[in-house]
Design a protein around this ligand. Structure first.
Ligand SMILES: Cc1cc2nc3c(=O)[nH]c(=O)nc-3n(C[C@H](O)[C@H](O)[C@H](O)COP(=O)(O)OP(=O)(O)OC[C@H]3O[C@@H](n4cnc5c(N)ncnc54)[C@H](O)[C@@H]3O)c2cc1C
Length: 396
C-alpha cells in the first residue's frame, strides 16, 4: 500500500480546496440551508452548483480532457472525493451517470457515445437513471422481462422498472431489455438501451421512502421508442455490459464514504456524551462503549482498505469482482455507525426531540438511509456470494 502523495497530487488538492473555499458558501454546507427548500428546489440548487464546479474543471477527474474530463489519476479522484466530503459539499445529482454509466462508456462505448454522453453528463445537462430492477427481478436480475422489439430503425419497448433512483428528475435511462431470444441461457438476448425519458411512452411515478423523500420511483414503458443505434456494448451483450457497470457501481475506493461516516461517528459519540442513560451520560454505558468502539474499528479498516484499493487501481489493476468487497465493507460499516446512533437514542431516534447543538434530524435521516445501502447495487447477501465464489473460488 502506498500512502504518499506526489507534488502534482498535493497541488491538485490545494487548487480544489481553494476553489471550494471560494465557491461553496458556508451556509450551503449546513443542514439548515437545505431544510427550508422543497425537494425540487434542493435538486435544482445542487444541479446548478455541480454545473458551476464542472465549468471550473472539477469534474470527471479521471476522464480524458477531450471528452470534458480533467485527465487526472485515480489518486486525484480519491483526493477529490476526500475534499468534497470534508467540505460537506452537496452530493452529485447525477450519481448513476457519474459513477456507473460514465466509466462504462469510457471503457466500452463507441467514440460517438463518448462524445455525446460524457460532457452533458458532467455539466448536469442530462440526468441519467438506471433501469435494471423490475417487480420480478432484483437480486435475480436475469429474470428481467422488459421487451424491446426492433421495428425498422427503432426498438419499441414495453415493460416496467422499479426502485429507479432519480426517476422524477431523469432525462435519460440506461436500461436492460430483452431484444432477442434467451434460449440456451437466461443471460442471452439482453441489451443495454439508452432511452430518452421525455417521450409519451415513458411514465415515471414517485415512491415514498421511509426518510420521507421520494428519491426513487417506478418507470413504465408503453410502446416507448429507442433508436437501434442507442445500445451500449452491442445488441445482445447487455448482460456483460451490466456486469461491467455493476463492478463500477459497487465501488473502487471508498475514501469519500469514510470521511462522511467518520464525521457521523464523531457526532454520535458527541451525542452519547450529552444524552442521559440511567442517570449518567450514555457514553458511560459499557455495552454502548463497545458498540462505538466496534464501529470505529470497522471505520478505520475501511480507510485502509480504501487506500489499498487505490494503490491497486493506481497500478492499473482491474478490480473486477473484488469491487464487491468494497461495497460490503462501506455499506455494512455505515449500518454499524447508524446502529450505534440508534442505540444512543433508543427507539426514539426515529422522531428525535430537538436538542440544542445536536444535529439529530440529519443523523436520523442518515440512519434510515443507511438501511438501503445494504440493498441497492446488490444486497449484502448477494455480495457475499460473489466474493465467496468469484474472488475466493469457493464451491457454489
Ligand atoms: C435506495 C434504493 C435505490 C435503488 N436504486 C435503483 C436504481 O436506480 N435502479 C435499479 O435498477 N435498481 C435500484 N434499486 C433496486 C436494488 O438494486 C434492488 O432492491 C436489489 O437488487 C435487491 O432486489 P429486490 O429488492 O428485488 O430484493 P430481492 O432480490 O427480492 O431480495 C430479497 C432478500 O432476499 C435475499 N436474496 C435474494 N437472492 C438471494 C441469493 N441468491 N442468496 C442469498 N440471499 C438472497 C436478498 O439479499 C434480500 O435480503 C434500488 C434500491 C434501493 C433500496
Amino acid at each position: 500500500m502506498d500512502l504518499t502523495f506526489s507534488k502534482e497530487d498535493e497541488d491538485f488538492r490545494s487548487e480544489f480546496r481553494t476553489w471550494l473555499d471560494a465557491n461553496l458558501p458556508a451556509d450551503m454546507r449546513t443542514r439548515e440551508w437545505w431544510r427550508g427548500k422543497s425537494a425540487a428546489e434542493s435538486f435544482q440548487a445542487r444541479r446548478d452548483w455541480e454545473a458551476k464546479k464542472a465549468e471550473a474543471g472539477f469534474c470527471g477527474i479521471q476522464w480524458p480532457t477531450e471528452y470534458g474530463g480533467r485527465g487526472g489519476s485515480p489518486t486525484m479522484k480519491a483526493i477529490y472525493d476526500e475534499e468534497m466530503a470534508k467540505a460537506n459539499a452537496p452530493h452529485s445529482v447525477n450519481p448513476l451517470g457519474m459513477a456507473f454509466l460514465g466509466p462504462t462508456v469510457m471503457a466500452i462505448g463507441t467514440d460517438a457515445q463518448k462524445r455525446d454522453i460524457i460532457k452533458p453528463l458532467l455539466n448536469t445537462e442530462v440526468i441519467w437513471c438506471q433501469g435494471f430492477s423490475e417487480p420480478g427481478a432484483g437480486s435475480d436480475l436475469a429474470a428481467l422481462q422488459m421487451k424491446a422489439e426492433a421495428q425498422g430503425d427503432h426498438y419499441v419497448i414495453n415493460g416496467q422498472k422499479i426502485w429507479t433512483t432519480n426517476a422524477m428528475h431523469g432525462d435519460k435511462i440506461f436500461t436492460l431489455a430483452r431484444t432477442g431470444s434467451n434460449e440456451g441461457s437466461r443471460h442471452a438476448g439482453i441489451s443495454m438501451l439508452l432511452v430518452d425519458m421525455h417521450q409519451d411512452g415513458v411514465e415515471s411515478r414517485p415512491l415514498k421512502q421511509m426518510t420521507g423523500e421520494s428519491e426513487f420511483g417506478e418507470v413504465f414503458f408503453t410502446d416507448a421508442l429507442c433508436p437501434t443505434t442507442e445500445v451500449l456494448g452491442g445488441e445482445g451483450n447487455g448482460w456483460q455490459t451490466a456486469m461491467l457497470l455493476l463492478s463500477f457501481e459497487r465501488g473502487s475506493s471508498a475514501i469519500g464514504q469514510y470521511i462522511d461516516f467518520r464525521g457521523q461517528w464523531d457526532a454520535v459519540a458527541d451525542i452519547a456524551r450529552q444524552v442521559d442513560r440511567d442517570g449518567r451520560p450514555a457514553v458511560k454505558d459499557p455495552v454502548l462503549r463497545q458498540q462505538l468502539a466496534d464501529s470505529l474499528i470497522d471505520l478505520e479498516c475501511l480507510k485502509y482498505h480504501s487506500w489499498h484499493v487505490l494503490t491497486q487501481t493506481s497500478q492499473g489493476k482491474d478490480l473486477g469482482f473484488e469491487a464487491s468487497m468494497t461495497k460490503m465493507m462501506w455499506s455494512e460499516t455505515f449500518r454499524k455507525v447508524s446502529d450505534a446512533y440508534e442505540a444512543v437514542l433508543g427507539m426514539g431516534y426515529q422522531v428525535p426531540d430537538p436538542q440544542p447543538g445536536l444535529s439529530l434530524e440529519e443523523l436520523t435521516t442518515m440512519s434510515l438511509w443507511s438501511r438501503s445501502c445494504t440493498i441497492w447495487g446488490g444486497s449484502a447477501q448477494v455480495q457475499r456470494s460473489i466474493v465467496a465464489e468469484r474472488v475466493l473460488g469457493l464451491p457454489r
